[in-house]
Design a protein around this ligand. Structure first.
Ligand SMILES: [Zn+2]
Length: 165
């Protein structure tokens, strides 16, 4: 444990050496909130031409609008100056290409333990799920109609976003 993170702490010291955002506030300066997948091929700020301080970002497996994502969006809209929301699942997402049984089997094999009790929020039809997720945001009683909400698919092989709703 003592040295498990030394490489990252060293990198952090270099980062902090030129850090110049002390005292910066926590609102979304570009008015943007993003819900997207945990996938390591997605760099949310870069893909939208944004930078530090511009956006609120909520990530989970699949980039789904869960209860906690809605919690983040309500806070973002009312307290953190968010006025546009992008929901962004992506191509070749494990959550949309495997079944629940397959994921449980693969995790169970890796763990050497029973994983059949572990919930995984798998997606059968990614486009239908995205429409549902965007509708959840748009119809939330605490998210005003003035908030723009879009659903997009990010192509991890081209870097392009396609707006689907
Ligand atoms: Zn994914």
């Amino acid at each position: 444990m003592a040295h498990d993170f030394d490489d990252l702490l060293e990198a952090n010291r270099q980062f902090a050496a030129t850090f110049d955002s002390s005292g910066f506030d926590g609102v979304a300066h570009a008015g943007i909130a993003i819900v997207t997948c945990m996938d390591s091929r997605i760099v949310p700020l870069d893909m939208l031409g944004l930078g530090l301080g511009d956006a609120k970002i909520f990530r989970n497996p699949g980039g789904r609008v869960t209860a906690q994502a809605l919690e983040a969006l309500v806070l973002g809209v009312h307290l953190l100056r968010v006025d546009r929301v992008l929901v962004i699942p992506h191509t070749r997402c494990a959550m949309a290409s495997a079944t629940l049984a397959e994921l449980r089997e693969r995790v169970g094999e890796s763990a050497g333990l029973d994983a059949t009790w572990q919930p995984f929020n798998v997606v059968e039809d990614q486009r239908a799920a995205l429409r549902d997720d965007v509708a959840k945001v748009r119809s939330h009683p605490l998210i005003p109609e003035t908030t723009k909400v879009g659903g997009f698919l990010y192509d991890v092989d081209t870097g392009l976003l396609e707006q689907l709703t």
